[in-house]
Design a protein around this ligand. Structure first.
Ligand code: ZN
Length: 399
């Protein structure tokens, strides 16, 4: 099987590039950012359906907060630091403390739980340069970071719903159910918290996975120091597994950052915090996605969904009008109304991985139609309005 590296696909399709001055960072070109947004928007829709509210928290926070949260101890070497006005700061490597500050901003009642936040958080981690690998291992990436604040008796239902949705989202993106492996990382030798808490946390995750019909691969001793995790891994075309989604039960942070709510009996109580992510790193997921599809993404995801090309100079105006009509319907359009031969325009469209093609020649220009080809369907000449409707229907994201 011919497996294409996502970096080659990114170069050929003008999606992104990287260069030495920003080692581990990504320059997203317009077409790449269109793909990025399409992926983000789909996650946004699914998270909203699960009851998450989207938030945004600061990029840079004082070192004192990272010390308090414990990230400085465990993660400090991987954090980019700077100094301003005599204070020490650090770029966030994750959004957890930000979300906890949102939760703590005012008094919370048991009635508000489960309270669910999600963020497309731009994070930085100082990976050694030897470990960098295109989008799959970068120093700056966006983590679809989500947290649920809930009671212990709500954990199982939350984890089950999230786990079911994860599987569904991976299938939406074209990863078959068989491409997913879910690891269950349990208590490590060096850990915080007592055994009773660990027993409860591990039992809740295992029961939720069972209810969601997920077979777990045991990973004894591989849990985080703060709690057990479910780790959702996707296999790439070569069969290598990459960690993407995760659900983690946190036994430490609520205490450390003193998060509390007012329980039904009027007393202060500690919430459970669940850390979750669907994609993990959006960049890494895009690497997998591009390789999974060999750069030929399905219509709903493709950076440009339709190539609108004129056959002759006389059809250029009609091509521009058609492109405007497709765009007005919310489609992503690549217009080619230049003087080149149609064969070259189509070849460029294939190179860029544009799945649909709308061609306009003299006949189409005269009658207000386009010749439309969709993936795996014969070309049809349709009135422009109908072609727009047909393509818009075919290009919808999975329901
Ligand atoms: Zn977190």
């Amino acid at each position: 099987m011919d497996i294409q590296d996502h970096r080659q696909i990114g170069q050929r399709q003008e999606l992104f590039h990287q260069q030495e001055e920003g080692a581990g960072m990504v320059f997203w070109h317009p077409r790449g950012l269109q793909l990025y947004r399409a992926v983000e928007d789909h996650i946004r829709r699914r998270m909203k359906a699960l009851g998450f509210r989207e938030v945004r928290t600061p990029q840079l926070l004082s070192r004192a907060l990272w010390e308090k949260s414990g990230h400085w101890d465990k993660f400090g070497g991987g954090m980019f630091q700077l100094e301003a006005e005599g204070r020490a700061w650090a770029l966030k490597p994750m959004s957890c403390p930000g979300h906890i500050e949102l939760f703590k901003h005012r008094r919370r009642s048991w009635r508000e739980l489960p309270l669910r936040y999600c963020e497309f958080g731009a994070v930085h981690r100082n990976e050694p340069s030897g470990a960098l690998h295109g989008l799959a291992r970068a120093r700056a990436f966006v983590q679809d970071d989500a947290h649920i604040f809930c009671r212990a008796d709500q954990v199982e239902a939350e984890v089950r719903r999230f786990a079911e949705t994860l599987g569904r989202i991976y299938r939406d993106f074209g990863f078959p159910a068989g491409a997913q492996v879910v690891g269950f990382s349990t208590r490590p030798a060096e850990r915080a918290g007592g055994d009773a808490g660990w027993d409860r946390a591990e039992a809740a995750l295992a029961a939720a996975a069972k209810a969601a019909g997920i077979d777990l691969v045991p990973q004894p001793g591989e849990g985080a120091f703060y709690g057990p995790k479910l780790e959702f891994k996707l296999a790439d075309r070569a069969g290598r597994l990459w960690q993407c989604g995760t659900i983690q039960y946190d036994l430490v942070l609520p205490e450390r950052l003193d998060a509390s709510y007012v329980a039904a009996d009027g007393r202060a109580a500690r919430p459970v915090i669940l850390h979750q992510a669907v994609l993990g790193s959006v960049e890494r997921f895009l690497a997998l996605l591009l390789e999974q599809h060999g750069g030929r993404l399905p219509l709903w995801l493709a950076p440009d969904q339709v190539l609108v090309a004129s056959v002759s100079a006389g059809a250029a105006v009609a091509a521009r009008d058609a492109a405007a009509a497709f765009e007005a319907a919310g489609l992503r359009v690549h217009l080619d109304d230049g003087d080149e031969r149609i064969g070259r325009k189509l070849a460029l469209g294939r190179k860029l991985g544009i799945p649909a093609v709308a061609i306009l020649g003299a006949a189409e220009a005269a009658e207000g139609s386009v010749s439309l080809s969709l993936p795996a369907a014969a070309e049809r000449r349709l009135p422009l309005g109908e072609a727009v409707a047909v393509l818009a229907r075919a290009a919808g994201a999975p329901a």
